[in-house]
Design a protein around this ligand. Structure first.
Ligand code: SR1
Ligand code: MG
Length: 405
């Protein structure tokens, strides 16, 4: 009788990662001794290996969670359960938007490992945007991703028992705490995790002393803490999206949890707004800059419109909620989601400028003076969005504000 021994957790290396890959049916037996392995993780939290067969050139990605946050080191312990959350979220998302997420080939929660489809022919959206690339399908794809994953996970569609089971399954307290601290708390107080140059001190203090702003942030933070409306990706910035000209793949849902419906769209919009601002410095010539900035604003508008229209179509066709046919119920939900998204976007813009984990869009601006100028502009835009979230009634008002920042 053979006894199956459960694997115990060990961080993988370029040799041991093959023990995970070899038993998979993905590669032929003849390929087993021909692998080329590279560790390619450049994110804040995990190991990522690219494993390619030298014979067929077929490849897979092996992602393993470390028991701490790589960006800080072993002094910041972090649950391995995020690997389970990530593979479960990818599988759940694949039920409604299979073309927009990487395929999961294998996962093991004890090893904190997910093996998935290789996407080396894509690049990270943030990199593409900084380089001035345009992705025509991006708005449709992200609007569809956010609307479908939201609707199909919500009380508008699921039986209440199933919804509560999903909320339990995607309970993600440690990763949520990172967002509660880094997005909704630390940047608004004089906290050690903040990271900004001395020249920004007056602008930062203006934020810390703005009681009206802090009151709104407290409300947004409470929404994030308490509203289990829909299954969110939880970290939908432009580093969590892989793109090529005709394809979009949303990756890295380790922050997935049930939260307020506007949160994912907000993070996407905030990161496009930061790129829009940074193009004033990155784009080499005025015509190209104008083209890029117009594209970015149109993408923000179209993402929201796609989200709204896709959610509305699903609601009209499939909602099981007893109030779904009552006039104004959907409109109220969408209005509240939209306005809250504007506030969340403001928090993300501020956090990516002065908190922990900045964005390359702003940090890679070559001249220091120019970088400071656009960081100050980002702080002012973030504060404006937070304070005026309920005054903006349609998406073009928002893009007008971003254009005029
Ligand atoms: C310690 S983790 C820092 C950031 O990286 C992730 O992508 C999230 O955005 C998180 O806030
Ligand atoms: Mg990530």
């Amino acid at each position: 009788m053979s006894v199956q021994v459960k694997p115990t957790y060990e961080p993988l290396n370029e040799l041991t990662v093959l023990d995970v890959v070899k038993p998979l049916a993905f590669f032929e037996a003849s390929e087993q001794n021909q692998f080329q392995v590279r560790e390619i993780g450049d994110g804040n939290l995990n190991l990522v290996f690219h494993i390619e067969s030298a014979l067929s050139k077929k490849a897979v990605i092996v992602k393993q969670a470390l028991p701490y946050a790589k960006v800080v080191g072993e002094s910041w312990p972090l649950t391995l359960d995020r690997a389970r959350i990530e593979s479960d979220a990818l599988l759940k998302e694949a039920e409604s938007v299979p073309h927009l997420v990487p395929k999961v080939l294998f996962s093991d929660s004890a090893l904190a490992v997910t093996v998935m489809e290789d996407l080396s022919d894509h690049i990270i959206l943030r990199k593409g945007l900084i380089e001035g690339q345009i992705y025509p399908n991006l708005a449709d794809d992200i609007g569809t991703f956010a609307a479908k994953t939201a609707f199909y996970s919500s009380d508008f569609y699921l039986h209440p028992f199933e919804k509560k089971e999903q909320v339990r399954k995607f309970s993600n307290p440690e990763l949520c705490k990172i967002t509660e601290d880094l997005v909704f708390t630390d940047p608004f107080f004089n906290n050690d995790t903040n990271d900004f140059p001395a020249e920004l001190q007056p602008d930062v203090e203006r934020i810390w002393n703005d009681k009206e702003l802090l009151k709104e942030v407290a409300q947004l933070r409470l929404s994030f803490l308490t509203k289990a409306e829909v299954l969110l990706h939880g970290d939908l910035h432009s580093g969590s999206i892989f793109v090529k000209s005709d394809s979009t793949k949303v990756i890295d849902p380790e922050f997935a949890f049930y939260g307020p419906a506007g949160f994912d769209i907000a993070h996407f919009i905030a990161n496009l707004a930061l790129n829009h601002l940074s193009q004033n410095a990155h784009a080499k010539e005025p015509f190209h800059r104008e083209t890029l900035q117009t594209y970015l604003l149109q993408t923000i508008e179209k993402t929201w419109e796609t989200y709204r229209d896709t959610f509305t179509a699903l609601w009209n066709e499939k909602a099981t909620d007893p109030f779904a046919k009552i006039d104004g119920v959907l409109e109220n939900f969408l209005k509240k989601t939209f306005q809250e998204a504007i506030g969340f976007a403001g928090c993300e813009i501020i956090r990516r400028t002065i908190g922990l984990a900045h964005v390359a869009d702003l940090d890679s601006i070559p001249q220091k003076e120019v970088e400071l100028f656009y960081k100050k502009t980002a702080l002012a835009l973030g504060a404006k969005l937070i304070k005026n979230q309920r005054k903006i009634t349609n998406i073009t008002e928002l893009t007008d504000w971003i254009r005029g920042a």
